[in-house]
Design a binder for this molecule. Structure first.
Ligand code: ADP
Ligand code: MG
Length: 174
């Protein structure tokens, strides 16, 4: 039974894009915790945050993580999934955790190019570049702490998928 693969990283690092492609390459199922939450609640992330606050959203996010975890599944997680200890431990214990590492400048370029693809309420109400820098500085250590593998996710998507496959097969061989 193949362990689930959890993709973690900041908003815009490519969890959904790479997750889908990786699931096809491995012939795995694909789940996205943000998408699951929206389906389950019939609300957008912004709606949930507006009605229940970030704390309410985080509680639901943990439940979503447990709900989507299954063998032979690639799971794209929300950018803040690593904030809760319980989520980090759960992912490490139940599967392999892959951090898609992308620096602030590239994240901002992606998010400003296609803001509609990654709708999220701002965390601070400040300009996106400042906010991303602050959020990443707070979370970088948590992404590293949670990850079994760190992948350079600034490359072309096909290259990233290839690198993940190589890393996983090396890990299996070793
Ligand atoms: P996440 O799910 O981590 O928030 P997405 O997969 O939605 O990130 O990607 C955010 C944006 O960046 C999308 O517009 C996507 O097309 C783009 N993108 C994702 N990965 C790459 C990549 N490796 N190279 C260039 N653009 C990318
Ligand atoms: Mg996503």
């Amino acid at each position: 039974m193949a362990l689930p693969l959890f993709l973690i990283g900041a908003r815009g690092c490519g969890k959904t894009t790479i997750g889908r492609a990786l699931s096809h390459a491995l012939d795995y199922a694909f789940s996205d915790t943000d998408h699951y939450l929206q389906q389950a609640t019939q609300q957008t992330v912004a709606d949930i945050v507006a009605s229940e606050g970030w704390h309410g959203f985080r509680v639901r996010e943990t439940a979503a993580l447990l709900a989507v975890t299954a063998p032979s599944t690639v799971i794209a997680t929300g950018g803040g999934m690593v904030l809760a200890d319980v989520n980090r431990h759960y992912m490490r214990e139940h599967g392999r955790v892959i951090y898609l590492n992308v620096g602030v400048e590239i994240l901002v370029a992606r998010l400003t190019a296609k803001p509609e693809a990654t709708q999220r309420p701002t965390l601070t109400g400040r300009p996106i570049a400042d906010e991303m820098a602050e959020v990443l500085s707070q979370r970088a250590a948590l992404y590293l702490q949670a990850a079994h593998y760190v992948i350079d996710a600034t490359q072309q998507p096909e290259k990233i998928v290839q690198q993940i496959l190589e890393t996983l097969s090396l890990a299996r061989a070793g």
